[in-house]
Design a protein around this ligand. Structure first.
Ligand SMILES: C[S@@+](CC[C@H](N)C(=O)[O-])C[C@H]1O[C@@H](n2cnc3c(N)ncnc32)[C@H](O)[C@@H]1O
Length: 437
């Protein structure tokens, strides 16, 4: 496996210099998808390996309590090892586990939720089977690009670096988005200076692709015309530009409103706005949320985004949608008139100003779907004054487990937790957890 060599600076725990190369046997898979071996009592983390592999590794340094290593040669493959389907696997940071067979992968992925909840003191019997979302269905991707030595590469970053893997194929992302990469490769060198980099966030909507380019370039009139012509030639729904760190998003072409539909309600996405990565994943999450909420009304939908749960819930319940991103909430509010149910909205930073005990009184149930950091502040108030039913949706088992622990202190029991594999072949996992008291 090719990887730039690194200098070894660390020592063993006992102070001896670390060997440069080692032969190890992988005993288990860790939470980040790395194989775990052992050297003089210390764990050694080795990416792209499976339990049972005998591997020669290069020691690259330390991570937490263990050593980080790079696999140089697999001497004997473990029983779960398979041929990865993508030619970029091993360099591209988009996938970590294509080399693991289906059954072992499913057991490992479900285990991420089981172990996080068990560490927080919960019973694993509440954890259901893994719902698998097929690769190739991702409708939203943030591609990285960089111009180096006159060449422009577009794709995903390599594992743990800013180097861009120039993607020729991808098994994860919808083909329509991958088809956009060659034209972007042709377009961007005229706009991006040597040594510069950026991101192209592409979302597949009902009206076609919505593309937001984020890069540090001063666009002149000719650049803007070139970009508008690109939107025409690629039949994009919309094309926008943002300079890194800038608040302002400049629309360069809006040929059709980029609409996504939640329970039949059309929402015009804000440029670069949050969207669950696949339609299938979103449907799975929304079905679990709706089934758990049952006939409860009214419901608070916290961290509502553009309304992926709000509108399915509004078929049965009055829903109060709360969201911190003003553009997302505007999109949700603008569509609320189309919803058959009653939807009210509120733009609010829930980390700084969670719903108070007084505000929570009127809800029969609460749904929350925070970013990776979780919703500790809101969970504390829910524990003290929440309704009988809470549904937590999460993209991070560790913060879900922490928030669950907070709820448990307030007397909530975990009724059911469902792991949803929205990010196949990666160490990311989505989950829906239902709590009651
Ligand atoms: C994981 S997304 C979920 C969005 C939506 N539920 C969905 O499924 O599409 C998390 C959402 O929380 C919002 N958010 C992040 N931090 C927030 C905060 N401090 N207060 C309120 N909303 C926040 C983000 O803008 C984003 O829309």
């Amino acid at each position: 496996m090719s990887h730039p060599s690194r200098h070894v600076r660390s020592r063993t725990k006992r102070g001896a210099p670390l060997p440069r190369n080692l032969e190890v046997e992988i005993a288990a898979l860790g939470g980040r998808g790395d194989g775990i071996a052992s050297h003089q009592g210390e764990p050694v983390f080795v990416p792209y390996t499976v339990p049972g592999d005998r591997v020669v590794v290069r020691i690259d340094g330390r991570r937490g309590d263990g050593l980080v290593a790079w696999p140089l040669q697999v001497l004997t493959g473990g029983p779960g090892r398979v041929e990865p389907p993508c030619r970029h696997f091993g360099r591209c940071g988009g996938c970590s586990l294509q080399h693991l067979d289906g059954a072992a992968y499913v057991a490992w992925k479900r285990g991420l939720l089981v172990e996080a909840l068990a560490r927080a003191g919960f019973d694993c019997e509440a954890v259901g089977p893994l719902l698998c979302i097929a690769p190739g269905s991702r409708r939203r991707a943030a591609f990285a690009f960089a111009r180096r030595r006159g060449r422009l590469a577009v794709g995903f970053n390599t594992k743990g670096s800013h180097e861009v893997v120039d993607l020729a194929q991808c098994r994860l992302v919808a083909p329509q988005l991958i088809d956009l990469l060659p034209p972007l490769r042709d377009l961007l060198p005229a706009l991006i200076d040597e040594g510069r980099e950026g991101d192209a966030v592409a979302s597949l909507t009902e009206a076609g692709i919505d593309l937001l380019v984020e890069a540090d370039a001063r666009l002149d009139l000719f650049d803007r015309e070139r970009l508008a012509a690109f939107a025409d030639s690629q039949d994009l729904a919309r094309l926008s530009w943002r300079r890194p760190g800038g608040e302002l998003i400049e629309p360069l072409a809006c040929r059709r409103p980029p609409v996504v539909r939640f329970a039949g309600v059309g929402v015009v996405l804000p440029p670069g706005g949050f969207l669950q990565p696949s339609r299938e994943g979103e449907d799975a999450l929304a079905s679990l949320v709706v089934a758990a909420i049952g006939t409860c009304t009214p419901v608070a939908d916290l961290y509502a985004g553009c309304g992926s749960f709000t509108f399915p819930l509004a078929r049965m319940a009055a829903v109060h949608a709360v969201e911190g991103d003003a553009a997302a909430l505007r999109a949700l509010s603008a569509a609320a008139g189309e919803s058959p149910g009653r939807v009210t909205t509120e733009n609010r930073d829930l980390a700084r100003r969670p719903l108070s005990a007084e505000e929570l009184k009127r809800f029969q149930a609460v749904v929350f779907d925070p970013p990776r950091v979780g919703a500790a502040a809101q969970a504390e108030i829910l524990a003290a004054a929440g309704p009988p039913l809470i549904v937590a949706v999460s993209c991070n088992p560790a913060t879900l487990a922490r928030d669950a622990r907070i709820l448990a202190k307030g007397g909530y029991r975990l009724r059911q937790a469902t792991p949803v594999d929205q990010f196949p072949w990666s160490a990311h996992l989505e989950a829906v957890a239902v709590f009651e008291r």
